[in-house]
Design a protein around this ligand. Structure first.
Ligand SMILES: *[C@@H]1O[C@H](CO)[C@@H](O)[C@H](O)[C@H]1NC(C)=O
Ligand SMILES: *[C@@H]1O[C@H](CO)[C@@H](O)[C@H](O)[C@H]1NC(C)=O
Ligand SMILES: *[C@@H]1O[C@H](CO)[C@@H](O)[C@H](O)[C@H]1NC(C)=O
Length: 512
């Protein structure tokens, strides 16, 4: 019993649920596959001025180079070493990015791939992003170094050495996930190497970690390496701050491994969120927005203070991971903006916005045969820079959803409404819904096939508000719809079902 209490106490110390974002900022953006040099610029020129709290970056450690298919995005999920050396940049550029982003109050969250190394069939040689030698056959990764002793080949009990049955917890955690060489995280040596890598990143100034493939690690093994992590660096972070941890656990229900198994280590990605929200906004399976009244725990999601939420991520937007066809992405931009609007207005969870690149999506028998295509790149495989057009959109096939006016303005809405209760819900029993955030913000959607014209209590002080969806406040005028809230807090809203964006959002920082 005493030992248990002691362990529980240690667990509480190491658990980190606080995103460590600068006060007043409430969301992060995943700049998928961006180069470090471009992220540094984006922090300074766009993210800081628009209230983004942080950036999730692609894995920064050396990975295998795959040429068949040609340089897929998933090669970065096959580590060769923990040297900071990828298509996004090298050590110096990484350090420069972290410094410059921190200096403008935008923090960096690293995608940590520590469950495994490269695929078991990867052969041997120097085909890695910095030329480090490896031998997948003999399990030799001298640049870490790891050797055959550091993998779970002896521990896994399936015939193939692969995960064969997702209902068998031991297999899921001790065997190879899609052939990836599974690290023996029960060994203190392996835990120490992982912690050494993460501590190097903490020393440089990162604020936390997304932990890839957490479902495939024992929560106790994870806690063991997380307990070895340093506090965050001062003065960017206050003394005693722990790294923010969010764990990739795909739990749509119905499997033996549950998100809740991981709450002791930090937050967990809530994959039900995007799958369900997509279904509702697409109006599939008889779903309607009126049902969103008890969105969050009421839908069987994990507790809000444990959830990292998103409409889509780099896996689900191309049919990997979970959620299937219901997931909304930039390809369905009108519905996607509504989903992002709903997510960012709603108090549930800690929010992450996706920022993608375009790829030649092509479905054959319901599967995108180009789901592997990597970032925009030159013939030599180097990632193309993110160029910025005069109208502030991005070039070179970078989608930059986070720069879409509607999404950027909802990131600001969430900051303005931070700490305010979910209030003044209204629905028409169909797909017209509205809700407020105390006396700071209000949002209304018309996802029905007919127009909306309604007077509602907003909870807001009287005034003329500028809708931040159809336009925004620029100087002292509004480029979009104006909404008048009268003395009793009510306002009239009209939204055509044909509107480019059939929703309106107003908040107290955008009044005339
Ligand atoms: C390949 O790896 C070996 C062993 O680490 C090293 O000696 C050699 O220089 C590397 N070759 C290249 C081309 O990087
Ligand atoms: C982190 O900071 C706290 C509070 O200052 C301190 O008690 C703890 O020992 C620190 N942990 C590490 C690993 O440095
Ligand atoms: C939904 O809203 C429209 C207009 O606000 C209204 O005419 C309709 O009766 C409402 N209810 C349903 C169930 O459609």
């Amino acid at each position: 019993m005493k030992a248990f209490l002691l362990l529980a106490a240690i667990g509480l110390c190491s658990a980190q649920y606080n995103p460590n974002t600068k006060s007043g900022t409430t969301s992060i953006v995943h700049l998928f596959e961006w180069r470090w040099a471009d992220i540094a610029l984006e922090c300074e020129r766009y993210l800081a001025p628009n209230g983004f709290g942080g950036v999730q970056i692609s894995p920064p450690n050396e990975n295998i180079v795959i040429t068949n298919p040609w340089r897929p995005w998933w090669e970065r999920y096959q580590p060769i070493s923990y040297n900071l050396c990828t298509r996004s940049g090298y050590y110096d550029e990484f350090k420069d990015m972290v410094t410059r982003c921190n200096n403008v109050g935008v923090h960096i969250y690293v995608d940590a791939v520590v469950n495994h190394m490269c695929g078991s069939g990867a052969g041997f040689g120097n085909s890695s992003t910095c030329g480090s030698y490896f031998n997948a056959e003999t399990r030799d990764f001298p640049a870490v170094p790891y050797s055959a002793w550091d993998f779970n080949d002896g521990k896994c009990k399936t015939g193939s050495g692969e995960i064969e049955n997702y209902h068998d917890v031991t297999q899921v955690r001790d065997c190879r996930l899609v052939s990836l060489l599974d690290l023996a995280l029960e060994k203190d040596y392996v835990r120490s190497k992982v912690a050494e890598y993460m501590n190097e990143l903490i020393d440089i100034g990162v604020a936390g970690f997304r932990i890839d493939a957490s479902k495939h690690m024992w929560p106790g093994d994870m806690m063991a390496f997380l307990d070895k992590l340093k506090n965050l660096t001062t003065p960017w972070f206050s003394t005693g701050s722990r790294p923010f941890i969010y764990q990739e656990v795909i739990d749509l229900g119905g499997e033996s491994i549950k998100s809740s198994d991981y709450f002791g280590n930090g937050r967990v990605t809530e994959f039900k969120y995007g799958a369900k929200l997509g279904t509702v906004i697409r109006k599939w399976n008889g779903e309607k927005m009126a049902y969103l009244k008890n969105w969050g725990e009421g839908w069987g999601f994990m507790p809000s203070d444990r959830a990292l939420v998103f409409v889509d991520n780099h896996d689900t937007q191309r049919g990997h991971g979970a959620g299937g066809a219901s997931i909304l992405t930039f390809w369905d931009s009108r519905l996607y903006k509504m989903a992002l609007g709903f997510m960012l207005a709603h108090p549930y969870g800690f929010t992450r916005v996706m920022s993608s690149y375009r790829w030649p999506r092509y479905f054959e028998n319901g599967k995108d045969i180009n789901d592997w295509v990597g970032p925009p790149s030159s013939e030599d495989g180097s990632t193309k820079p993110v160029t910025i057009n005069p109208d502030s959109t991005c070039g070179n096939d970078w989608v930059c959803e986070h720069r879409w006016r509607q999404i950027k303005n909802m990131v600001i809405f969430r900051n303005v409404a931070d700490g305010q209760p979910f209030s003044n819900w209204w629905d028409n029993d169909s797909n017209q819904v509205a809700f407020g955030r105390g006396n700071r913000g209000f949002i209304i959607f018309n996802n029905d096939d007919w127009s909306l014209n309604v007077n509602l209590q907003t909870g807001l002080p009287a005034g003329i508000y500028c809708d931040v969806i159809s336009g925004q406040k620029e100087g002292d005028h509004c480029t979009g719809i104006q909404v008048q809230v009268v003395g009793d807090g009510t306002a009239n809203f009209q939204i055509s079902n044909q509107a480019e964006d059939p929703f309106i959002a107003i908040h107290v920082d955008a009044t005339l």
